[in-house]
Design a protein around this ligand. Structure first.
Ligand SMILES: C[S@@+](CC[C@H](N)C(=O)[O-])C[C@H]1O[C@@H](n2cnc3c(N)ncnc32)[C@H](O)[C@@H]1O
Length: 459
């Protein structure tokens, strides 16, 4: 007869808790059978095919213990509590190995069970189906989005998440409200330290910011990467709604020159810190202006105070050393050796004074800002004749929401709104990228298009 009896290691049920988590009540003693064998025979038990299905295999539980009564013996724990549950083959094998069977009490406590298991034993049964244990992590902080039926248990839920994830120090719940202007979430502390200044790593960059004061969304990571990959290292980028720099700083790390702007003074403050921390101060200029003003001024700023030319990829320490050595060698050698110096690091371009990309990630209203492009390069706006240097128009990457969920209809809706705001039809160079679904009836997109020349030079 095959062994079917399994051990019940589920946590005890304590559905009476609501605001305070009582960890001590999570205790359970599970009697299990153990095969007592001489220490030298432990290996043959553990490796035996016959025993495979009968050995204890529980996470965080050691399955071989010292026999408390005999230093030379070991207890190999089995996954049953009764002799009757062992198959005849297993019984025979144990007999051949001169194993005796004893009962061992397995003491399980709060630390043993997972967050989900503990949650299921404290929440009312009807709430156990849709478990609330999902959260996103930003730095040391976990943020949850609890449905209202879970709110009476929010502190217990937060405490369990905190206990079960050692790298998390603070657990918050996002509130429904979002700051209307600066787009950050309002949140309440559920458990842990009331410390909201996080250090978060994305795309090989370090971002520090106060999560209660600025916008940040880790789910946009792939969108940040996607746009940055479109940029050439020689490009100049104007990031109109830059936040704390998730487009601007990785772009600068690859060599781009960036004008990064955000109206929220706290975003601009942390953006400045992040620029310094990521050692891209020579490539990113931060500002704190309304997007419209920034769009109008940035053209003249690039023209009047160009960024230095791109000088090739940043060298690693080893490459730098090697380059120094080669230059040294070149200096002290005849001209034939000089010719072998790597040309890729030699600066032979002119300063960067034209904007190649505008990034506009304010999905709620970025389209409304598009009319600011009208006449942006005209002589009357920029007080300069830019027709000679803007031989190629900048690309615009504008994020937006739509309630049209079918791709063709979404495209038609977004294109129509963009063209209406620009006051001009878009040209051939248009792509639409679905970023993510933000609600059951709302999707986020990024429309990328070449700014029509007639719009930019409109009088
Ligand atoms: C959706 S967030 C995007 C931030 C960042 N680009 C990112 O991807 O995480 C939009 C940003 O626009 C800023 N903002 C809102 N209104 C603005 C305006 N009129 N001018 C400039 N920035 C604005 C907000 O403070 C916020 O940081």
């Amino acid at each position: 007869m095959a062994c079917t009896l399994t051990l019940d290691v589920s946590p005890p049920v304590h559905r009476w808790m609501d605001t305070t988590l009582e960890r001590d009540v999570f205790k359970k003693t599970v009697p299990v059978l153990a095969a007592r064998v001489p220490a030298t025979k432990t290996g043959s038990l553990l490796k035996s095919d016959v025993m495979k299905k009968s050995l204890m295999d529980l996470p965080k539980v050691r399955s071989v213990l010292r026999d408390p009564h005999d230093d030379l013996a070991r207890l190999v724990l089995l996954n049953v509590s009764e002799y009757a549950a062992l198959s005849p083959e297993v019984r025979n094998f144990l007999q051949e190995q001169s194993a005796s069977l004893v009962t061992h009490n397995l003491d399980l406590t709060y630390d043993y069970w997972t967050a989900d298991e503990i949650l299921h034993s404290v929440l009312p049964e009807e709430l156990c189906k849709g478990s609330p244990s999902g959260f996103a992590i930003t730095g040391h902080l976990a943020h949850m989005n609890l449905n209202k039926e879970y709110l009476p248990y929010k502190h217990i839920i937060g405490q369990i998440i905190l206990d079960k994830n050692p790298m998390i120090k603070t657990v918050v719940n996002k509130l429904d409200s979002i700051h209307t202007k600066y787009r950050f979430f309002n949140m309440e502390l559920l458990a842990g330290e009331p410390n909201y200044i996080v250090e978060h790593h994305e795309s090989n960059c370090r971002f520090t910011f106060d999560f209660t004061q600025v916008y940040w969304n880790s789910r946009l990571h792939t969108e940040h990467d996607r746009l940055v990959q479109l940029f050439e290292p020689t490009d100049v980028i104007a990031d109109v709604f830059a936040g704390v720099g998730p487009f601007a700083i990785p772009a600068a790390k690859k060599g781009c020159a960036v004008f990064a702007n955000d109206l929220n003074p706290e975003s601009a403050r942390y953006l400045t810190k992040n620029i310094v921390d990521n050692k891209v101060a020579s490539l990113v200029r931060a500002s704190c202006e309304d997007g419209r003003d920034f769009m109008k001024k940035v053209i003249a700023r690039a023209r009047d105070h160009p960024f230095p030319a791109y000088t090739g990829p940043k060298l690693s320490k080893m490459q730098e050393k090697e380059e120094k050595r080669r230059l040294q060698l070149a200096k002290s050698s005849p001209p034939t050796v000089l010719a072998s110096v790597d040309k890729s690091t030699v600066n032979n371009q002119s300063p960067r004074q034209i904007i190649s990309h505008f990034v506009m990630n304010l999905p709620d209203s970025a389209i409304d800002f598009l009319d600011s492009f009208r006449g942006i390069l005209s002589e009357s706006t920029s007080e300069r004749d830019l027709s000679g240097i803007y031989t190629e128009m900048p690309m615009v990457h504008c994020h937006c929401f739509t309630r049209e969920l079918e791709p063709d209809r979404a495209q038609a809706d977004i294109r129509q709104r963009v063209e209406s705001k620009l006051g001009h039809k878009l040209g051939a160079e248009v792509t639409l990228h679905m970023v993510r679904s933000v609600a059951p009836n709302k999707d986020m997109y990024c429309i990328s298009f070449r700014l029509p020349r007639d719009v930019a030079f409109a009088r």
